[in-house]
Ligand binder design. Structure first.
Ligand SMILES: [Zn+2]
Length: 306
């Protein structure tokens, strides 16, 4: 799951490994030989994000845009580790049948039903992993993209492509354009809040986790229409969007502050997300998981969010 804050944290790690470094080699099936030749030997000038996109700019004026969708992952290895064949790929999970409803267990709420493959099924060398889509090699590090469905190389700046320009303002950017976001809200006034927040052309970077968390902290029923928000609730919505995404970015995806004596385990990290049936942190009412009122699952408190 890659939402704006997680994508930006991944970009930070990529930048730490390759920014300013020269590209020694690049392995990818989705690049023309001309662009590949241009990238090899060039320097990484910047690693930026917009919403859920990562944009890498090379000194040869070639750009890479990556969007991980739901299943992409980046991993960073030292060159020594990679060359020695000891660089391990991310663990693969397999979906288990949920015996209650005979459907594939959904990782979002049935995490206990997900099992990893046995040791014999695991590939231990990243270089042999068929999920690898890109390996970008410098003299010190290798960054590897797994499963990433969008790896777009171009000589035009992706920030000027329609894939990015159509997006709403990015709430994680220092200059988050609230005026523009308000204009876009007015154009989407008939949408349910749960759908509005996932609409990347409204505000870029919010995914399903942050959606539920933002609406909980806003204390509104998640399935209200945007037009039913008062002006003060609209103001508060933008504050929460910005605040919750920033909290997630600064705290490795955690949206609920760690309380004294609590550990960092998953169950404590969020207000409502993936907490179906557990007591609300504020009022003790069991959190609801709703799969039917919108296209994506929503977690909410029926007492705090009326
Ligand atoms: Zn509550």
């Amino acid at each position: 799951m890659s939402e704006g804050p997680e994508v930006r944290r991944a970009a930070d790690k990529i930048a730490e490994a390759i920014l300013g470094r020269s590209v020694a080699d690049l392995q990818c099936k989705f690049i023309t030989s001309i662009l590949k030749e241009k990238i090899i030997g060039s320097t990484v000038l910047s690693v930026d994000t917009y919403g859920k996109n990562i944009i890498i700019h090379f000194s040869s004026n070639v750009y890479l845009r990556n969007h991980m969708m739901m299943w992409g992952k980046w991993r960073i290895y030292s060159r020594t580790e990679y060359d020695s064949g000891k660089a391990k790929p991310p663990i693969r999970v397999k979906w288990k049948k949920d015996l209650n409803n005979n459907k594939l267990a959904n990782v979002s709420n049935k995490i206990e039903n997900v099992a990893v493959l046995s040791d014999t099924d695991l590939i231990t060398n990243v270089q042999n992993d068929p999920r690898t889509r890109l390996a970008l090699i410098t003299d010190t590090h290798v960054i590897v993209q797994f499963n990433g469905p969008i790896l777009q190389f171009s000589e035009d700046n992706p920030l000027q492509h329609e894939s990015i320009t159509r997006l709403g303002p990015d709430a994680l950017k220092p200059g988050f354009d609230i005026k523009e976001a308000k204009k876009r809200l007015k154009e989407r006034i008939e949408m349910k809040l749960v759908d509005l927040l996932l609409d990347q052309t409204f505000v870029a970077g919010i995914g399903n986790k942050y959606k539920s968390e933002i609406l909980f902290l806003l204390k509104v029923w998640p399935f209200r229409l945007a037009k039913d928000l008062s002006l003060s609730e609209q103001e508060k919505l933008f504050q929460k969007i910005r605040g919750v995404l920033k909290t997630g970015y600064l705290n490795a995806g955690r949206t609920r502050p760690q309380q004294h004596g609590e550990n960092g385990k998953w169950n404590f990290r969020h207000w409502v997300f993936r907490r179906a049936g557990r007591p609300c942190w504020i009022c003790d009412t069991p959190i609801i998981m709703d799969r039917h009122s919108s296209s994506r699952v929503t977690f909410w408190c029926p007492c705090c969010q009326q």
